[in-house]
Design a protein around this ligand. Structure first.
Ligand code: BES
Ligand code: MN
Ligand code: ZN
Length: 508
């Protein structure tokens, strides 16, 4: 899908040649003297259109409007969130039609939020999974023209939104792949492909190398699977040699049966999404490739299956982690923390300025926060604030939960330094406290995305979250994010992202 940003007012939009014209109509809609305004004003006056988000009114061959199909979409108070819902609803309503060319008229004054809503809302709503269908019905939409009052002002927001949409979609597609396709080996290949295409560093380690490093906890989880584990290291170097990197660590369990502490079979298929953290790291790198901010970012992905087998790890086993701490496995279904703890220790060698892990870690987090907000835990106040803000700005919100020492009480055991589970109470916090032990040497945050990485039921599928949040955070951290367009601005600020396998601003 191709996006274009264009300066067009209501009159211009009426003349725009496209299959569908979407007009976002907030409560304070400012009518002009043009056919689109006439249509909107008449519909509002007759109360046939309510400016509430999600409400749609469609017109066919309306007078004076070039597009055969016009969708008026209520956008409530005109906030980013409402505009996003309006775009989603409008695009969903044309999803099964043959429309190829869409124009979206963003209300003047809605700025970056409006542009983001148009781009990301369209990408999200028009996505179709086709990879493993024998007669795929692919996305019909080919071209989306985002119409704003002044394209020059909105250019940077547009370039960012387009990169975010690409990253989110990449994560979504990986998440949706069946577990016999998205194996640890395949994730390694995807990382390599991404790195080769965009010029970042990549290493994909296998069982032998991981054993040599000493990741005994990670290895314990992988033991019961016929699929060999992978440890993926991605490096984006846009910030120059001396700059401490931000490390993203993604849980990459490509299928979680629970192991010997096996899960009930109902909905077990959804445990293919247990690599959502890994997918979000890859998706974020996909977006970085386009924007090339002045920043160093390392991606670490421990990936394996959690299977029951004659060689599987079992309750009572003691694993020796890379940190040297010994861990008693009391439940093999608490495997995410066991692969993450070794990656978190490994992260120390990058002397990071912050480490953020992203994991579909606990059912308890789903109980606590549902599918609306990801769980956020942080040992550093600034980092917590930055991530919270990024979540709000990107409409990919999180909610902070505590890390009091008392929550770690239940992890005590007679047989090792720490157990991998405690009682059921406060399960999301207990899991975070387990990870906390391995993150003492840098500012750390943990995002529990068990409730937000995918949707179940009729709309079953990956969401691509929290790529939006992570990208927003990284851009806010980079000089590029704050820098206005100018002579020495980075490519992203000039709106001409280069994607030709260059290393960004390694020397800047
Ligand atoms: N991948 C699951 C967490 C999960 C469960 C995410 C359901 C989304 C929906 C994780 O590996 C797990 O099994 N966690 C256990 C931990 C427990 C054994 C302490 C859980 O949440 O039940
Ligand atoms: Mn599990
Ligand atoms: Zn899991």
């Amino acid at each position: 899908m191709d996006f274009e940003l264009k300066t067009l007012d209501l009159a211009g939009a009426a003349a725009e040649k496209c299959d569908v014209l979407v007009v976002l109509v907030p409560e304070n809609f400012q009518a002009g003297k043009d056919p689109v305004s006439a249509l909107v004003s008449a519909a509002l006056a007759a109360k046939d259109l309510e400016p509430k988000p999600g409400k749609l009114l469609q017109a066919y061959r309306a007078q004076g409007i070039a597009a055969p199909r016009v969708i008026l979409a209520g956008a409530g108070d005109g906030s980013g969130k409402r505009l996003h819902s309006a775009v989603q609803a409008a695009v969903a309503s044309v999803k099964s039609s043959p429309a190829r060319r869409l124009a979206i008229l963003v209300p003047p004054g809605s700025g970056a939020d409006g542009v983001r809503a148009a781009v990301c809302g369209t990408a999200e709503s028009s996505y179709v999974y086709i990879t493993t269908k024998s007669k795929p019905e692919a996305r019909e939409l080919k071209k989306v023209v985002v119409c704003v009052a002044d394209a020059a002002t909105d250019r940077e927001a547009f370039v960012r939104a387009r990169a975010a949409a690409a990253g989110i979609e990449f994560a979504r597609e990986l998440g949706n792949l069946p577990p016999n396709y998205a194996t640890p080996t395949r994730l390694g290949e995807e990382a390599t492909k991404l790195a080769k295409a965009h010029g970042f560093g990549v290493e994909v380690l296998g069982p032998k190398e991981v054993a040599r490093i000493g990741m005994g906890s990670f290895m314990g989880v992988a033991k019961g699977s016929a699929e060999p584990l992978r440890f993926i290291i991605l490096r984006y170097e846009g910030g120059g040699k001396g700059q401490a990197p931000i490390v993203l660590v993604g849980k990459g369990i490509t299928f979680d049966t629970g192991g010997i502490s096996i899960k009930p079979s109902a909905e077990m298929d959804e445990m293919k999404f247990d690599m959502g953290g890994a997918a979000s790291v890859l998706g974020t790198f996909r977006a970085l490739a386009e924007l090339k901010p002045r920043l160093n970012v390392v991606g670490l992905i421990p990936t394996c299956e959690n299977m029951p087998d004659g060689s599987a790890y079992k309750p009572g086993d003691i694993l020796t982690s890379l940190s040297g701490q010994t861990i008693e496995v009391l439940n093999t279904d608490a495997e995410g923390r066991l692969i993450l703890c070794d990656a978190l220790t490994y992260a120390e060698r990058f002397k990071p300025r912050a480490v953020i892990d992203i994991a579909t870690l606990t059912g308890a987090c789903v109980v606590a926060l549902g599918g609306v907000r990801s769980g956020l835990f942080a040992s550093d106040e600034d980092l917590a604030q930055q991530l919270q803000q990024a979540g709000e700005d990107a409409l990919d919100p999180c909610w902070r939960l505590p890390l009091d020492e008392e929550y770690a009480e239940g992890l005590k055991t007679n047989f090792a330094d720490v157990a991998n589970v405690a009682g059921r109470a406060g399960g999301a916090v207990v899991a975070a406290k387990f990870l906390h032990r391995f993150t003492q040497n840098y500012p750390w945050a943990h995002l529990d995305i068990a409730g937000t990485a995918w949707k179940g039921g009729n709309n079953k599928g990956s969401t691509g979250r929290p790529v939006g949040l992570l990208l927003e955070y990284l851009l806010a951290q980079s000089a590029t994010g704050a820098r206005p367009a100018g002579k020495d601005a980075a490519p992203a600020a000039k709106g001409k992202p280069s994607t030709k396998g260059k290393k960004g601003h390694a020397a800047a």
